[in-house]
Design a protein around this ligand. Structure first.
Ligand code: SF4
Ligand code: MSK
Length: 635
């Protein structure tokens, strides 16, 4: 059964009455979902098939080619990871390409908002950082783009990882050479009759995942910071209540901020606001959904309408003039929902078109012109709004976003003593038990966002500092966990002391899905600061994407695991019909790289696993146990 946790039920009913299904309805209609698919036992990699393995051991145990359950599930899993890595990495490539255009003076709508970061990255690529800023942008972007096609050398940012992790990857032969190549390699070796050893296939997938985390995603993060500015802690509001009854509402949805950032500027243009007033609105309200929301939230303070599962509900408010989408996590079901209202759906990316949407193609060279055209289309749609259909929920919540591995130095150590020392000392002394990364999507199979909230509250009361990205961060933000005041309400004594001293929330918003790379960097910085072992696998850190849904989440999970961090999923990977493969992923992998997958649907048990893992790591480092008893809070 879908778990809709009673959130926004009014809007769901409105859609039902209008004859448009929501993601919850469509999920129900799919039940029972295919057991072979769930167990990872079906294969259609060649035209001898499709084949499926009988999970009860009575029917066929191998496909027509002879592949068994372990080979089939490993191949399927590897292809998921490759697709996820490809998605993030392509995102990174696009931002780097725009950076190159800026360096060449061909993209006048953009600027270098963070020259400091540009210089920092230039040094890492061996470029003289004192060159003219445009020239530097060109050189750095060229180096970034070269990373994708490298044929001999390892990708540059691997050097950011602790030496121990680099040695493990070399030993396992999974250090990625180039970003595209390991992805192509997965597709090649999972073809019929190529790689048939489930462990070897999985190692190939790990290489593709590392190319994502330490390559494509990291480039996406760094190039976005260079172009649009490194985030700073910023307060904003979240939830559907950010939509305004008397203003033109434009929602931006997707992942790549190249257009959305320019739309933010276009929507503030006097000419556009004047036009909105002429059409009878008081102004223009811009808000975001999914990771585009995270990108423009943390750099421009733009409010967030909602997470993945709220995209259809936003339209059901009847108050959205236009939803502008780029790519990733955009439900094709939106078109049916929008057809019940006046909302214009505008696709903008050549790689992501939707039957039923208006396509206005985005070109970097003409970004502002296109952005203004889109805003104008939305404004002109305002008179078509049927006021009798407007139902905007009242709920909003404050959040603080915009933490990065660079600025957290300052929050922790002060401007003149910028250092991770207080954080490491907090862990060493036991004030903090450890750090948890709670990331990923929201999913009706679990609790539509609430599983994140329950898990995070359990971690906070046990003095675990939580870092978040993606829709998980937005779900917790809606519950009021991303404000400094949440420390008083939910944190254990040790975490509360630290949050109150430095004025940070107990849950730190680190950005979008590609910004999981920031968590990797933060982990590396903690190891470099000293006192907590020699590798990411040695200190008390764990991750979870309990409500995962996208293939991108499998890539993210696997690069954390390959980097030494165990990762909890609420619904298992589709491999559990293959016994040896499941054992490899959930047990044996730990001895190879320090991380492993854990499948646990109960958010409290999932949090307890993470806490237990942190305690084990503390013991191995001969640290004192956590200083305080867990806080007694009813979750
Ligand atoms: Fe069947 Fe093997 Fe072809 Fe897969 S690759 S469809 S298991 S014959
Ligand atoms: S948007 S990948 S639903 S986190 Fe990055 Fe949210 Fe998951 Fe998409």
């Amino acid at each position: 059964m879908a778990k809709d946790v009673k959130k926004n039920n009014n809007l769901k009913n409105i859609l039902k009455e209008a004859g448009a299904a929501t993601v919850w309805d469509r999920y129900e209609a799919q039940l029972p979902q295919c057991g072979f698919g769930q167990l990872g036992l079906c294969c259609k990699n060649c035209n001898l098939g499709p084949c499926r393995i009988d999970p009860f051991g009575e029917g066929a145990q191998v496909g027509v080619c002879g592949a068994d359950a372990d080979t089939i599930s490993a191949r399927n899993f590897a292809r998921h990871v490759a697709a996820g890595s490809a998605c993030h990495s392509d995102h990174g490539r696009e931002i780097a390409q725009t950076l190159l255009l800026v360096g060449e003076g061909k993209a006048p709508s953009y600027d270098i908002k963070s020259p400091e970061k540009l210089r920092m990255i230039a040094v890492e690529y061996g470029i003289d950082p004192n060159k003219d800023i445009k020239e530097l942008a060109k050189l750095v972007a060229t180096k970034m783009l070269e990373e994708f096609g490298k044929q001999k050398e390892k990708i540059t940012f691997l050097k950011r990882a602790p030496k121990k992790q680099q040695e493990i990857w070399d030993k396992l032969k999974i250090s990625p050479v180039g970003i595209d190549r390991p992805i192509v390699e997965v597709m090649s070796r999972t073809n019929v009759g190529v790689d048939n050893d489930y462990k070897n296939i999985t190692l190939g997938a790990m290489k593709a995942a590392l190319a994502d985390g330490w390559g494509g995603s990291m480039i996406a993060t760094e190039a976005t910071d260079i172009l649009f500015g490194s985030p700073k802690a910023i307060r904003a509001k979240v939830n559907l209540g950010v939509l305004k009854e008397d203003e033109v509402n434009i929602i931006i949805h997707g992942h790549v901020p190249l257009l959305s950032d320019v739309i933010v500027t276009a929507a503030q243009d006097d000419e556009m606001i004047k036009l909105a007033k002429e059409k009878g609105a008081k102004g223009i309200t811009l808000s975001g959904v999914c990771c585009t929301a995270n990108e423009i939230l943390m750099r421009r303070g733009v409010q967030v309408a909602g997470n993945f599962l709220q995209q259809e509900l936003a339209i059901a408010t009847g108050a959205v003039e236009a939803m502008v989408v780029d790519l990733q996590c955009i439900m094709p079901g939106l078109t049916k929902v929008a057809s019940c209202f006046h909302t214009k759906l505008i696709s903008t990316h050549p790689k992501a078109k939707f039957p039923g949407m208006t396509h206005i193609e985005f070109i970097e060279e003409k970004a502002m012109e296109i952005a203004k055209g889109i805003v104008k289309t939305a404004v002109e749609n305002y008179p078509n709004r049927d006021k009798s259909k407007v139902t905007i929920p009242k709920e909003t919540m404050d959040l603080v976003a915009g933490f990065t591995p660079e600025n957290i130095f300052y929050y922790l150590g002060g401007k003149f003593r910028a250092t991770y020392r207080p954080l490491n000392d907090g862990i060493i002394s036991g004030r903090l038990r450890g750090i948890a990364g709670i990331v990923g999507c929201d999913n009706p199979k679990l609790e539509s966002g609430q599983a994140h909230v329950t898990m995070v509250k359990e971690l906070l009361r046990n003095d675990v500092l939580v870092v978040q990205t993606g829709c998980a961060a937005l779900a917790c933000a809606q519950d009021g966990l991303l404000v400094p005041e949440a420390a008083e309400k939910y944190a254990g004594e040790g975490l509360r002391e630290i949050c109150n001293t430095v004025g940070i929330p107990p849950v730190l918003h680190l950005g979008s899905c590609v910004d999981n790379s920031r968590i990797l960097i933060a982990c590396s910085n903690i190891v470099k600061e000293g006192g907590l072992g020699n590798g990411i696998d040695e200190f008390p850190v764990a991750g979870a994407a309990i409500e995962w849904m996208s293939e991108k989440a499998t890539a993210i999970g696997l690069y954390f695991i390959a980097s030494g961090v165990p990762v909890v999923l609420g619904t298992p990977l589709p491999v559990t019909g293959a016994k040896k493969m499941t054992k490899f992923l959930t047990e044996e992998m730990e001895s190879l790289c320090g991380g492993k997958w854990v499948f646990e649907p109960d958010p409290i048990k999932a949090a307890q696993f993470m806490i237990g893992h942190m305690d084990k790591k503390r013991e191995a480092l001969k640290l004192k146990p956590a200083m305080y008893k867990p806080r007694l809070v009813k979750v």
